[in-house]
Design a protein around this ligand. Structure first.
Ligand code: ASP
Length: 452
């Protein structure tokens, strides 16, 4: 198979380092561990592997990470963690037994339990999910175990230290032919364990890919890549074959999940493509995330649609607003002063609207409004809740005329009132604001207009 990225055609078979990350559902039980081994064995270029903690085996099962957070919470309130901790150990022992490997983690369990009871911290507790799964996987595959606590570094303020990490990791990984690097955590300068936010093993995979200058970062999960729309809203949406980092950023920001939002940055920096693959259907091509591509879906024009509910609009009216210098700045300063950030800023001659995340300003809405009134003395100011935003994203828009028209036509024909329109200057997206009650039908109308 050939892939195209950065305008270069690459022979997939000739690649020599692939970094491979498996999500929690791909490592939830022995059966999935076996599938993972088959995938690893199928390609010797798959030399470094990043595991998540075991995820759910069935719909009302528990993720091990959640169980470990519960251990921490229970210990913090002074109650016994014997029951819940024993269930965590059972999860791992059932994997070890099911695989028939010769590994006894009793000492590890005892140490972890002791550390949780002796205030090793919330992040430490959560990180043990990946740590223990990494030990099992290393033994099962015969790979070296590389503990990210020594190489993935955070500053004292908790921000990820990308450059120190890259230096330390590149140096270390050169010493190994094959390795398992548990995802999700690293350490602070004083050695305390620190995790990324939930789903953060995706970030570890990206960091390791950058450190190795990998040819590709394969991210294996339980779906065959990104879909053009949320399947809970649009029935049976098509998959996305190719997507650029920028398009993905737009879609993830607006709610498309699969990959952690921050996982894009390290590989984007190094121009490494990400391939989202399905552990349960390994021959599906999945989604290829690349820096640039000249693969366009000329028929569908758009790459995907995503959206979120839960926004509000503050509309400020003042006659001759356009002539008043610093008006916009004062409004934004008022919002900034209350520690909020804005999403969009559509404006007219004598009106300006600011779109904000309702949950983020719920406890300071009054203060934001008072501050705006005080600083710009508007003729009228109003707040409207219940706005949903929809992003229609596609690199093909630059090349085709009439995309916005088709979006508006589709909504009009479905009797949906558009409350806001914003087209990004890159012509990569069109953002539409609609009433929350129209959210699902708008998504379907737009999807059906573009995709057949
Ligand atoms: N195990 C962690 C979580 O459940 C991190 C991950 O899976 O990426 O969020």
């Amino acid at each position: 198979m050939n892939i195209y990225y950065n305008e270069v055609k690459v022979q997939m078979d000739a690649l020599n380092v692939k970094v491979v990350k498996f999500g929690g559902s791909s490592l939830a039980d022995p059966e999935h561990f076996r599938k993972v081994k088959e995938i690893m064995d199928a390609d010797p270029a798959r030399r470094f592997i990043i595991p998540s903690a075991p995820g759910k085996r069935f719909s009302n099962d528990n993720k091990v990470t959640d169980m470990l957070y519960e251990c921490y919470n229970t210990a913090s309130s002074g109650d016994s963690i014997d029951g819940i901790f024993a269930r965590v150990c059972e999860r791992y022992n059932s994997i070890i037994d099911g695989l028939g490997i010769d590994l006894d983690l009793t000492e590890e369990y005892n140490h972890i339990k002791w550390a949780i009871l002796h205030h090793a911290g919330r992040d430490y507790a959560a990180s043990r999910g990946e740590y223990l799964n990494g030990l099992i996987l290393a033994k099962y595959l015969g790979f070296d175990f590389i503990d990210p606590a020594e190489y993935v570094k955070f500053f004292d303020n908790g921000i990820f230290d990308s450059e120190t990490t890259n230096r330390l990791l590149s140096k270390e990984l050169k010493k190994h032919t094959n390795g398992v690097i548990p995802g999700f955590y690293g350490a602070m300068p004083n050695g305390t364990i620190k995790t990324f936010s939930r789903g953060g093993s995706d970030i570890t995979g990206s960091i390791v890919s950058r450190a190795l200058s990998a040819d590709i970062y394969e991210n294996w999960t339980d779906v065959s890549g990104f879909l053009m729309a949320d399947p809970r809203i649009v029935e049976n949406p098509k998959g996305i074959g190719y997507i650029t980092y920028r398009e993905l950023r737009e879609l993830s920001y607006m709610g498309a999940t699969v990959l952690h939002e921050d996982a894009i940055f390290p590989v984007r920096f190094a121009g490494i493509p990400i391939n989202i693959k399905n552990t349960n259907a390994p021959s599906d091509e999945g989604t290829m995330i690349v820096a640039h591509t000249d693969v366009y879906d000329t028929k569908n024009v758009i790459t995907g649609i995503a959206g979120k509910k839960g926004f509000c609009v503050i509309t400020i009216e003042k006659a001759m607003m356009n002539a008043e210098k610093g008006f916009g700045r004062k409004v934004l300063e008022a919002i900034e002063h209350e520690g909020a950030s804005f999403e969009h800023l559509p404006s007219g001659i004598d009106t300006m609207s600011v779109i904000l995340n309702s949950a983020e300003i719920a406890d300071r809405k009054e203060r934001v409004i008072n501050r705006i009134c005080h600083s710009v003395e508007p003729d009228a100011i109003s707040v409207e809740e219940g706005l949903a935003l929809i992003a229609v994203v596609g690199r093909g828009m630059v090349k085709s005329k009439g995309t916005a028209l088709r979006v508006f036509k589709a909504l009009a024909e479905s009797g949906i009132n558009i409350k806001m329109i914003d087209q990004g200057s890159s012509e990569l997206n069109i953002i539409i604001g609609v009433d929350e009650n129209d959210f699902e039908s708008s998504m379907r109308a737009i999807y059906n207009e573009f995709v057949d």
